[in-house]
Ligand binder design. Sequence first.
Ligand code: IMP
Length: 423
Amino acid sequence: MVKVVVGTQWGDEGKGKVIDYLAKDCDIVARYQGGANAGHTVITNNKKYIFHLIPSGILYPDKICILGNGVVVDPAALLSEISNLKKEKIKLNKRFFISENLHLTLPYHKLLDQIEDKKRGRGKLGTTGRGIGTTYTDNYARLGIRVVDFLNEKVFREKLRVSLKLKNYLLKEYYEEKVYSLEKISREYRVYRKQIKGYVIDTSLYLNQAIRKGKNILAEGAQGTFLDIDFGTYPYVTASNPIAGGVCTGLGIGPTKIDKVIGVAKAYTTRVGKGPFPTEFKDEFGEKIRRLGNEFGATTGRPRRCGWFDAVLVKQAAIVNGLSSLAVTKLDVLNSLDKIKIAVGYRYQRRKINRFPNSFEVFSHCQPIYEEVPGWRRELSGIKNYRDLPKKTKNYLKRIEELTEVKISLISTGPQRQDTILL
Ligand code: IMP
């Protein structure tokens, strides 16, 4: 059984917690895209962990965790995460693997990501500055360095030499910035090579063999549908395919092997970085929700922009991901509200639109059309069964199901593992 967990909004939907919850019934947790731009938060036994690269399944001692070829890895970030886990006595040997085909983020990728975003001026994307877009760009430019090349020092040096020639020219002549030394990077990466070598395998082969043996695999998505390079709010997107389609290319498993796709949706909406967001709160109410939901980026610490639940977006996410069901998170953040709004369509130049418009020009001028439902004004913590939820909470959830045309299979009512209700 292969299950996929994807974000249905702009990331930060609470996927870390859902993955952690579902991982207990899986043998393998595998990430298929993104890199250290992700920040997956898991709280267990009152301890908070934030994972950027390593799948959150690592907290279960018997689970195998994989970074597939679709992920981009900054070795320094990975090794720092590994070292933090080792301090917590979490073992990684023989249970953490990275793909030979995965692309490495090098120091110039990070610098260029930051400079390029600054140079965009008013069109700044607000990237995480982790070198994500620049690493993926080099892959498509056939200038990237894969782990399998990195493991061979001679091959690595040659590829690095070619790449640096171009990057240093760009940095020096165009951006008037510092240049990188081949020797310095080679020396730094020699240390990383020794530490990473033991984790590298052909993960596609490993996963396909595991599928044949009947193992349960959880594909862990990072970011969200509307940050997808092809289906998101382009150009305000990340540089990979967080949607379920990315699982096949990012793990090297065929589409016929995927059994279920679970979409994670926050009970309201948030977005970090720039880009259109029709249901965004423009007043102090946004501040209130940010405080209640602790909406600050797990990777950059930036305050997240907050808004009402947008059913048009989640319905579109259901289509492009082929969702089997929805997991609705952070329902408790809405506990104190008298009224809750849901966007059911948009108004654009006096026209009504009831689907997500692909045009950035149209989407950035869309005004939401809201439906209002009463809030439940009750604590939800401690409730273990759906039937014990307040009627008004059930009505809100039912309305989400009707509007998105997807059944809800899981609800999260708090940050801890036990604050989860299965339907
Ligand atoms: P990049 O992925 O660093 O290139 O950033 C591109 C856009 O995606 C920016 O708006 C980021 O804030 C956003 N982004 C990237 N990763 C995440 C994430 O894990 N959660 C939420 N937003 C993200």
